[in-house]
Design a protein around this ligand. Structure first.
Ligand SMILES: Cc1cc2nc3c(=O)[nH]c(=O)nc-3n(C[C@H](O)[C@H](O)[C@H](O)COP(=O)(O)OP(=O)(O)OC[C@H]3O[C@@H](n4cnc5c(N)ncnc54)[C@H](O)[C@@H]3O)c2cc1C
Length: 393
């Protein structure tokens, strides 16, 4: 049995685990990352794409931001579209900040490259992962090419996403779970088509919500509200384009540019929080502890905010020998988590059709009217969308 000794064992090579590894490396703290999937899998997994200013700054700070600076698309606003008309929310003017559109799998590639350059260990294709000794002597057990391995560490960072083993290794009576499942999902496509707008368009429509996003000046990422268990077989490409054109239509004849669809998928939507985000020597971060519906583009950003706090707490513990910051980690992280949960729920309930209630439809339109005509309401949206400052929590 191979036993590797490190300071912090990290489960999961998603944004949370990899960013935490880099932040700790820069503080001189040793880590080992253990990932269930292959490198190829994690580097091509299509997911989020909007980075808050704070997340983009962190990537630069850990030496993984050069390509993002070159290739990322800097956005200074979004459009809210309803009743066939667009209304721009100007982030720069309202919040003095911007977001960067840069795909999550590109972030992962850059973080893996930075970790490799630092010579820090990362095990892909780990089998049968288990964690033990959470109260006093934490261990990560896994198989590496069939051979049993063990990571002996001071702490474990559970960064293994919603379906990982970290959260479920905590005794159920030590956690409180809050969950809200929405009666709809998103059908998302990637298409070789020039985006019809250089900024994101969030559309409220009686046929359902739609979002125009992009991955590059020639690749569109588009979403349609659908049933959470929508059957993709019922959605040939022609039907998808027809539905998208209907939902994005404006009174002045807006048309999406169409192109070949290279990827299709359905994502169900939920809000989920497990608290506290700590069990003795196990600290949860990112999707392992919470899920937001994707409407506010917050999942990846919230993972980054968690690990920023956690890295400071670990650094303080190793520097001072004290546990104060580690003891405060969960409460500090959860304060932001709940603010972001509120914002993501608000944007979701503002824009989606929730089951045909006419009162609700009129209420949404009144609220949209308020957001685009009240500077105070628009500022709140701009501040939350571009991200609450990491140091505020
Ligand atoms: C289809 C999809 C689309 C999304 N779109 C958006 C979006 O548009 N905007 C947005 O902000 N967010 C979006 N999200 C959410 C965002 O991608 C996540 O919030 C973000 O990836 C969280 O990062 P994480 O590191 O916490 O978790 P993850 O990215 O899930 O990473 C966890 C890692 O742990 C690994 N792992 C799991 N179990 C184990 C184990 N037992 N042992 C070792 N490793 C393990 C996983 O393979 C994975 O690599 C989307 C998510 C999905 C699934």
């Amino acid at each position: 049995m191979k036993v590797i000794r490190t300071q912090v064992g990290i489960l999961g090579a998603g944004p949370a685990g990899l960013l935490l590894g880099q932040l700790l490396h820069r503080q001189g703290i040793d880590t080992v990352v253990v990932e269930r999937q292959s490198r190829q899998h994690v580097e091509t997994r299509i997911r989020a794409g909007v980075l808050e200013q704070g997340t983009a700054d962190l990537l630069q700070r850990v030496g993984a931001g050069d390509r993002m600076l070159r290739e990322g698309l800097r956005h200074h606003g979004i459009e809210l579209r309803f009743l066939g008309q667009g209304h721009r929310i100007d982030f720069q003017e309202l919040a003095g900040r911007a977001v960067t559109v840069y795909a999550q799998h590109e972030v992962i590639r850059d973080l893996i490259a930075a970790r490799a350059a630092a010579g820090a260990p990362l095990f892909f294709d780990a089998g049968n992962t288990r964690i033990t000794g959470l109260e006093d002597e934490p261990r990560i057990h896994f198989t590496n090419a069939g051979a049993p391995c063990e990571i002996a560490c001071d702490y474990i960072a559970g960064c293994d996403g919603f379906h990982g083993i970290s959260r479920t290794s905590i005794p159920p009576d030590a956690l409180t779970i809050h969950e809200k499942v929405y009666p709809f999902g998103w059908l998302g496509i990637l298409a070789n088509a020039r985006p019809a707008s250089h900024e994101l368009i969030y559309t409220h429509h009686k046929r359902g919500f739609a979002l125009l996003s992009m991955r590059s000046p020639v690749v569109s990422r588009l979403y349609l509200q659908c049933a959470p268990d929508e059957d993709l077989e019922q959605w040939p490409d022609a039907r998808i384009w027809e539905e998208l054109q209907a939902r994005f239509a404006t009174r002045d004849g807006f048309r999406l540019e169409e192109g070949s669809i290279t990827q299709k998928g359905v994502t169900a939507m939920r809000s989920f929080v497990a608290e506290p985000m700590r069990y003795h020597r196990l600290f949860l971060a990112g999707d392992a502890a919470h899920i937001v519906p994707p409407t506010g583009a917050k999942g990846l950003n919230l993972a980054a905010a968690d690990v920023w706090l956690l890295s400071q707490a670990f650094a303080d513990a190793y520097r001072t020998g004290g546990q104060d910051q580690l003891d405060r980690y969960s409460a500090r992280a959860l304060r932001r988590v709940w603010r972001v949960q509120q914002f993501s729920w608000w944007m979701t309930s503002l824009l989606h059709q929730g089951g045909g209630d006419a009162f609700d439809g009129r209420r949404q339109l009144a609220e949209l009217d308020q957001v685009v005509n009240s500077r105070a309401a628009a500022t709140l949206l701009a501040q939350n969308y571009t991200g609450l400052p990491f140091d505020e929590f």
